[in-house]
Design a protein around this ligand. Structure first.
Ligand SMILES: *[C@@H]1O[C@H](CO)[C@@H](O)[C@H](O)[C@H]1NC(C)=O
Ligand SMILES: *[C@@H]1O[C@H](CO)[C@@H](O)[C@H](O)[C@H]1NC(C)=O
Length: 372
């Protein structure tokens, strides 16, 4: 069909007989151009020289870091999900992973005895803050998962919580993040990994982060960024410090919530050491503290590209952390699978796409810290 549409234009230029010939000639030309771009890229890459503009665009699209950032593990060695038991959370997660072409593993979590939770809660803390039972339990579960990554020698790992959600464009979002993270950390061109090794924690899923014009960062255009006036949460006012329609990769200042974070192997070992002995009110806050004291090298994507999905509160939704703290009982799971909830700050939720075939940006925030 397309051919017959384009032929008349060719006919007026070259006459009927040569239309087919021209097609094949054009194909050869395009192929030659692509090949020379590849060769050009290869030569210029080897000498670390900047590329010419026409080839630049093409070669960037074909570059290894970019391709890998869009692979089924988003350019990390593995994606691991923290999941205590099968539920609407993990079923929705796996359905979303399938929709997005992601490979997410859910390692079996070891049993955490209440005595261990109690002991962990009571470790003396320099900040004077200690976790609740629910937070201590979640904290220990994160540590177990990180140990799993270290034991398996994962060069990089993305850890997500099982109620996490992401945009249907997650792969292209991660490709942009890779491009700009490589710029921000000034990666040696011989390193073809999507994100390099110049960080301990790469925080892509959170519920808010500070940013100002003084924050070391790179802003980049991303059509999937939520409009600033729809960004919800405590960090809404900071969104106005980032140009409209742009996302930033920045140094970690005050990221909160551990919906999705990546670790380098060295970073994973550091987090085990830093967060293995308690020291604050929750795992994410302990990591945040490490970002601030520079015990951890943290990079943050702002606004986030992962955020947790929440079932409608009217159905009696209580988080697992709140349940462990005796603040209500997480309601029967089944009904959550049939009534749509929402996800803050994600324009095109994958969960809502795959489960309800619609979008579900959650506009009004249920105060996260009131609930947990
Ligand atoms: C995706 O890319 C990363 C980085 O190169 C690599 O470690 C990982 O194995 C790739 N994932 C798959 C499924 O090939
Ligand atoms: C880049 O890394 C290679 C291999 O590790 C090293 O030989 C080279 O000196 C590095 N180049 C720069 C500019 O740091």
């Amino acid at each position: 069909m397309l051919k017959s549409v384009s032929q008349p234009r060719i006919v007026t230029l070259y006459g009927r007989g040569s239309a087919r010939k021209l097609h094949s000639r054009l194909n050869v030309l395009v192929a030659a151009f692509l090949l020379s771009c590849l060769a050009y890229t290869f030569i210029f890459d080897s000498f670390n020289l900047p590329l010419g503009s026409a080839c630049d665009t093409i070669s960037k699209d074909l570059s290894k870091p970019r391709i890998d950032a869009g692979n089924s593990t988003l350019g990390f060695s593995s994606i691991l999900a923290l999941s205590v038991k099968p539920s609407w959370r993990s079923r929705g997660l796996l359905a979303s992973a399938e929709y997005s072409g992601l490979d997410i593993q859910i390692p079996k979590q070891p049993f955490i005895a209440p005595e261990l939770v109690e002991a962990f809660k009571n470790i003396p803390s320099k900040t004077g803050k200690q976790p609740s039972s629910g937070s201590a339990y979640a904290w220990l579960a994160h540590l177990d998962l990180i140990k799993h990554a270290v034991t398996n020698n994962m060069e990089t790992v993305l850890i997500v919580e099982d109620d996490v959600d992401w945009d249907v464009n997650i792969k292209t979002q991660m490709q942009l993040i890779s491009d700009n993270l490589r710029k921000l950390t000034d990666i040696n061109n011989t390193d073809k990994s999507p994100y390099g090794q110049a960080w301990d924690v790469l925080w892509i899923g959170h519920c808010g982060e500070h940013t100002s014009v003084d924050t070391p960062r790179i802003e980049f255009s991303d059509a999937t960024v939520p409009p600033r006036n729809t960004y919800t949460g405590w960090a809404n006012k900071y969104m106005y410090n980032i140009d409209a329609g742009k996302r930033a990769i920045q140094i970690g200042v005050n990221p909160v919530c551990s919906f999705g974070y990546a670790l380098t192997l060295k970073g994973a070992e550091k987090v085990l050491d830093w967060a293995g002995k308690g020291g604050n009110e929750a795992f994410d806050i302990r990591m945040l503290q490490g970002c601030q004291t520079k015990d951890l090298k943290c990079l943050v994507v702002n606004p986030e590209v992962m955020h947790h999905y929440q079932p409608p509160k009217e159905l009696g939704y209580t988080s697992l952390v709140a349940e462990s703290d005796g603040k209500g009982v997480a309601a029967d799971e089944d009904k959550f699978e049939h009534v749509m909830g929402g996800t803050e700050n994600i324009r095109e939720s994958t969960r809502c796409k795959v489960l309800f075939d619609t979008t579900c940006v959650k506009e009004h925030r249920d105060y996260w810290f009131k609930q947990t």
